[in-house]
Ligand binder design. Structure first.
Ligand code: KG4
Ligand code: ZN
Length: 350
């Protein structure tokens, strides 16, 4: 079944065509430059830009998949979580296409999309199926979640951030180091060149035997460290601060993953997804912890599949459909900006 999937949850206008877990096309039109001058995503600006771009992005997704609308069997769209005005644009577009072309439309949870992103493959490549129950670490600019996946659709959040998300912490620390916005990736690149043990930064919630996360204390500790180092940091100091932050930010994730694996010994595999999983050092540290527990680990196949994209929404819709989720009732489908995986009840909002 060929699905045209849409994600406009934040600042990327994305449309993809998927067939099962195969990605036939995955077009992402980023608005990063337009928001950068405001130092963060402006929801109404995001919505306006999505509106201006969505039709063209959809046409390009079809073209790259070698299809026209007549080759599409169904639609999928993110209905939450995300920025309300931004979500609205994708939903309105999906509804109008669904009506005009008489196509079934599946409403997809964006975080379920990140989870499904690890199954996405290029056409012809084998799909590595999940063995349940799984433990998933979902880490992005908006979320830091540990999720037990009993089976597809049976999600239980066992840990989440109490303040900033880890990707947000990368971006905020990058900003205070003068690396611009969004600077998470730039910061990660600099961290490779520094000494991660030069400065002693505290691992958040180190002694807490629970699986929540907190990044605001670490961000403040970096701010105080930078202020103490003087008005201008030397290049080496900058690299060492970046490396120290990254070591501790990741240590926090690893400690909680370790705790969760001890608490859920029935776990059959680890999934790590979301923008922060584009980070190679995080991947290798997670690989190590999975190996220590004798578990397979699933990552998205590319960094394009880590950050927001519509292909993951198409793959999630395919999984949703396999477990019996019906297409949305268009008259009831609405955005749910604070949608949670815990409430992934397929009928409550639709
Ligand atoms: O999944 P995503 O595109 O957006 C949300 O749904 O939030 O994730 C974006 C986040 C940003 O905060 C960015 O700083 C972070 O992912 N990120 C990284 C790296 N590349 C992107 N964080 C650490 N290391 C990277 N290489
Ligand atoms: Zn996301």
């Amino acid at each position: 079944m060929k699905i045209l999937a849409i994600d406009t949850s934040c600042d990327e206008t994305s449309v993809a065509v998927t067939n099962g877990a195969e990605v036939l096309s995955n077009v992402i039109s980023s608005q990063v430059k337009q928001h950068a001058k405001f130092g963060g995503v402006v929801p109404m600006l995001a919505a306006r830009l999505h509106e201006g771009r969505i039709e063209k992005v959809a046409d390009l997704a079809l073209q790259r998949a070698g299809l026209t609308w007549s080759g599409i069997d169904g639609l999928a769209v993110t209905y939450g979580p995300g920025l309300a005005p931004a979500l609205q644009v994708g939903i309105a577009f999906a509804k109008s296409k669904s009506q005009a072309l008489n196509l079934p439309l599946w409403a997809v949870n964006h975080m379920a999309g990140h989870l499904a992103s690890v199954l996405a493959v290029t056409p012809g490549k084998p799909v590595k199926p999940f063995n349940y129950p799984l433990l998933a670490l979902l880490v992005s600019g908006g979320h830091t979640e540990l999720v037990v996946v009993e089976s597809w659709g049976q999600f239980k959040i066992i840990g989440q951030t109490l303040d900033d998300a880890v990707g947000e912490a990368y971006d905020k620390v990058a900003k205070l180091l003068g690396l611009g916005y969004p600077g998470g990736k730039v910061l990660a690149d600099l961290a490779k060149l520094g000494d991660p043990y030069k400065y002693d930064l505290p691992v958040p919630m180190h002694r807490h035997k629970e699986m929540n996360f907190s990044y605001s204390g670490l961000k403040n500790a970096v701010r105080l460290l930078v202020e103490g180092l003087g008005p201008v940091l030397s290049k080496q100091q900058l690299l060492d601060v970046a490396a120290g932050f990254e070591r501790v930010a990741q240590q926090h994730l690893l400690e909680k993953v370790g705790l969760a694996l001890d608490l859920y010994p029935e776990t059959q595999g680890l999934v790590a997804a979301g923008g922060v999983v584009a980070n190679k050092r995080l991947r290798s540290r997670l690989r190590k912890i999975a190996h220590q527990h004798g578990l397979p680990i699933h990552f998205p196949a590319s960094s394009k599949l880590c950050t927001d994209n519509a292909a993951m929404i198409g793959v999630a819709a395919w999984l949703d459909r396999q477990v019996g989720k019906e297409p949305a009732d268009l008259s009831r489908l609405d955005r749910v900006p604070d949608l949670s995986l815990d409430k992934n009840d397929f009928t409550s909002h639709l």
